[in-house]
Ligand binder design. Structure first.
Ligand SMILES: NC(=O)c1ccc[n+]([C@@H]2O[C@H](COP(=O)([O-])OP(=O)(O)OC[C@H]3O[C@@H](n4cnc5c(N)ncnc54)[C@H](OP(=O)(O)O)[C@@H]3O)[C@@H](O)[C@H]2O)c1
Length: 273
């Protein structure tokens, strides 16, 4: 199958999923702007691809977002693909989370994503065809204990994707929502990995997530959720939320114990969203 040659911006390129996407996306790109805060990681990645350019920027700052906009405006051919993948999360009991962490999660996942997208939108609208892919999470469909703040932001991002898709429906810019399930990256603490192991929750490799991302580029759809039974539980959560409440209630002792670092006790098995 012939693939379009993208002129892309990828945020969160220094992270686990972002790096895996970059490795698969770069060969499909004429130009690729890799965004993250860790300049060392970005530069190492950029060296592998002559068409790539690294922009080390904190997207929660106006200066960081402007650095990305400038790089995109100067890039030959402009940009026709924006992948909003940068994100922050913390597996923790809501009561235990600091104001600073709540602020960081909301700023990175929601505010910075909206602000960067609005800043880059004129460049995307100038193209005959362009795409925005927002990397969400299954927790943007099914809110989960231990991920109260993170779920709130991914629901917000999901709403952003849907509304923007509808607002841009008569323009050349298509908007997609891409929602991975638990994935083995630095975002997930040892406590979360231990919980998932105890509950039998599968965790994907970033490479598998990146392969699904490329499939979404090949066959554009409005929304792509990864994994079973996660997709099923997301649907059930829409139709019969009380059923999901009861299933998660059974998982709660294990979730609380891992999130708060409490001593190990036997736990009941529940659903595995
Ligand atoms: N891992 C999972 O289980 C999972 C599941 C579903 C969805 N997701 C989503 O997938 C995306 C990637 O997550 P990941 O697992 O790859 O996490 P990760 O390894 O922690 O990577 C996060 C990325 O976001 C960047 N970032 C964070 N704050 C930033 C800021 N202020 N300015 C610019 N860049 C910033 C990081 O850059 P630096 O490291 O350079 O600071 C890094 O590149 C996120 O949106 C996440 O919510 C993850």
């Amino acid at each position: 199958m012939s693939m379009p040659r993208f002129h892309a911006v990828l945020t969160g390129a220094s992270g686990g999923i972002g790096r895996a996407i970059a490795l698969k996306l770069a060969p499909l790109c004429e130009t690729l702007i890799l965004v993250g805060r860790d300049a060392t990681k970005l530069t190492a990645l950029q060296r592998e691809f002559p068409q790539a350019r690294a922009v080390a920027a904190d997207l929660t700052t106006a200066a960081g977002r402007e650095a990305v906009r400038r790089a995109a405006a100067e890039s030959p051919g402009g940009i026709d693909l924006l992948v909003n993948n940068a994100g922050a999360g913390e597996f923790a009991w809501f009561l235990d989370q600091s104001d600073e962490m709540l602020e960081r999660i909301v700023q990175v996942n929601v505010l910075a994503t909206l602000q960067l997208t609005r800043r880059l939108l004129p460049l995307l609208l100038a193209q005959p065809a362009a795409r925005i892919v927002n990397v969400g999470s299954i927790f943007g469909h099914l809110a989960y204990p231990g991920y109260v703040a993170y779920s709130a932001t991914k629901f917000a991002l999901h709403g952003f994707s849907e509304a923007l898709r509808r607002e841009l429906a008569d323009t050349p810019v298509q908007v997609s929502w891409f929602a991975p399930r638990a994935t083995r990256t630095a975002m997930n603490s040892a406590a979360l990995c231990a919980l998932n192991e105890e509950l039998g929750v599968a965790m994907d490799d970033p490479q598998a997530v990146a392969a699904a991302f490329v499939a979404l580029l090949e066959h554009p759809v409005r929304e792509r959720l990864l994994g079973m039974p996660e997709r099923l539980f997301a649907r059930l959560n829409q139709l019969v939320p009380g059923l999901v409440d009861r299933a998660l209630r059974r998982q709660l002792p294990a979730i609380r114990r891992h999130a708060r670092g409490e001593p190990t006790q036997p736990s009941s098995q529940g659903v595995h969203p």
